[in-house]
Design a protein around this ligand. Structure first.
Ligand code: F6R
Length: 322
C-alpha cells in the first residue's frame, strides 16, 4: 500500500529547483530608508526561514529577531524591517503580528501564497501555492534574503548561492543517508543536537519528525546540553532513543571536543548518529543540514506507514479556533 499519497518525495527532491525559482521572486523588491533591526514573524514551517536568516546573519551588525506569536517586540519602530511570513496567509498569530508592526509604523514586507495577508499587505512577495508550508522553505527564505540584498542591508555572494545549489542538487547523497538514518531511528525517539549557532537545524529536524513522521522528537544544543540534559541519560533504558549530532566543520573546537566526549558517555545508553553538514560557505552548510533532516523524516514516515504530507490535527485545530 503506498503511503506517500501526495508525493512528498517529489516535493523534497525538487527542493533545489524550488530554491532556484525562489531566488528570482524578490527581483525588484526593496525597502528604502534607515533599517537598524530586522524582525521575521511566522509560525511553524513559515518561521524556519527566519531562524535560518538569523544563523546566516550571526556575524552581521544588524540584529535579527524571529517572532513566533501574536505581537512584535516593543522595540519595533519605523526603522525596523518586519517580514510577515505565512505560507497560507491565514495564520492568526502572523496576521496579528503584522497588524502590530503596522501600528508601530515598521517597514513591512509580506511573503505569502495569498490569503488574508496577501490582501492586507502593501508590499507582498507572492510565492507559489499548493505545498505544505514546511516543504516550502525555499519560498519562505530566499525572498526575505533577496529583499535584504536588494536593499543593501546584507551582501549575498553569488558563490555562496551557487555552492548551495550545487550541493543540494546531489539529491541522491541526501536521500541515501536519509534512508539509512531513518532505519536506525525506527521505533525509537530521536533527540537531535547541534551547536548553539546551528540549533535551528536541530529544531527543524525535530519539527519535521513531528509533522512528516508524526512522532515525538526532541532537540537541544551544545554546549548547553552538557550542563543539564546529559544527566538524563543516566536513567535512559537502552534502545528507546537515538541521538543525532549535526556536526559542522566550523563548530567551535571546544564544542567539537564536547560532542566527541558526550558521544562516548551516552553511547552506553543510545546509538549516536552523526550527520556532517556539507560545503565551504555557511549557506550550503545550513541548507545541507536541513536537507538531510527532510529526507530522514520522510523515510521514517514511510517506515512507520504514515503519509508524510497531511497534518490533519493541525488543520482541525485551526478550524476549531475559528
Ligand atoms: C504545515 C506546517 C505548519 C504551518 C503553520 C503556519 O506544513 O509546516 O507548521 O507552517 O501552521 O501556517 P502558515 O505557514 O500557513 O502560516
Amino acid at each position: 500500500m503506498p503511503v506517500d499519497n501526495s508525493n512528498m518525495l517529489k516535493v523534497i527532491e525538487d527542493f533545489p529547483q524550488q530554491c532556484r525559482t525562489a531566488l528570482e521572486l524578490p527581483k525588484g523588491m526593496s525597502v528604502s530608508g534607515k533599517v537598524d533591526k530586522i524582525v521575521v514573524c511566522g509560525m511553524g514551517g513559515s518561521a524556519v526561514g527566519g531562524d535560518l536568516l538569523k544563523i546566516y546573519l550571526h556575524n552581521a551588525k544588524i540584529p535579527i529577531f524571529v517572532v513566533r506569536g501574536y505581537n512584535v517586540p516593543n522595540f519595533v519602530d519605523e526603522n525596523t524591517l518586519v517580514f510577515a511570513v505565512s505560507y497560507s496567509g491565514n495564520t492568526e498569530e502572523t496576521l496579528s503580528a503584522y497588524e502590530d508592526a503596522l501600528k508601530r509604523k515598521a517597514k513591512i514586507v509580506a511573503v505569502t501564497s495569498g490569503g488574508s495577508l496577501g490582501q492586507l499587505a502593501k508590499k507582498v512577495i507572492k510565492i507559489p501555492s499548493g505545498l505544505q508550508p514546511r516543504a516550502a522553505l525555499g519560498y519562505t527564505f530566499f525572498p526575505v534574503l533577496g529583499v535584504l540584498a536588494n536593499s543593501a542591508i546584507v551582501d549575498v555572494k553569488s558563490a555562496e548561492i551557487s555552492e548551495m545549489l550545487s550541493i543540494l542538487s546531489k539529491t541522491n547523497d541526501f536521500k541515501s543517508l536519509g534512508e539509512k538514518i531513518a532505519k536506525k531511528i525506527q521505533n525509537r525517539t530521536p533527540i537531535v543536537y547541534a551547536s548553539e549557532l546551528l540549533g535551528a537545524i536541530a529544531y527543524r529536524w525535530k519539527t519535521q519528525f513531528n509533522e512528516n513522521s508524526k512522532i515525538a522528537a526532541f532537540c537541544h544544543v551544545f554546549s548547553e546540553m552538557n550542563h543539564n540534559e546529559i544527566a538524563s541519560y543516566q536513567s535512559m533504558s537502552k534502545d528507546r532513543y537515538t541521538a543525532i549530532f549535526i556536526r559542522d566543520k566550523e563548530d567551535n573546537e571546544r564544542v567539537k571536543k564536547r560532542m566527541d566526549i558526550t558521544k562516548e558517555i551516552i553511547s552506553t545508553k543510545v546509538d549516536v548518529e552523526e550527520v556532517f553538514t556539507k560545503g565551504e560557505h555557511l549557506l550550503a552548510r545550513v541548507f545541507s543540514g536541513i536537507y538531510y533532516g527532510d529526507f530522514v523524516s520522510y523515510y521514517l514516515a514511510l517506515a512507520n506507514k504514515t503519509d508524510p504530507t497531511p497534518v490533519t490535527v493541525i488543520e482541525n485545530l485551526k478550524k476549531k479556533l475559528k
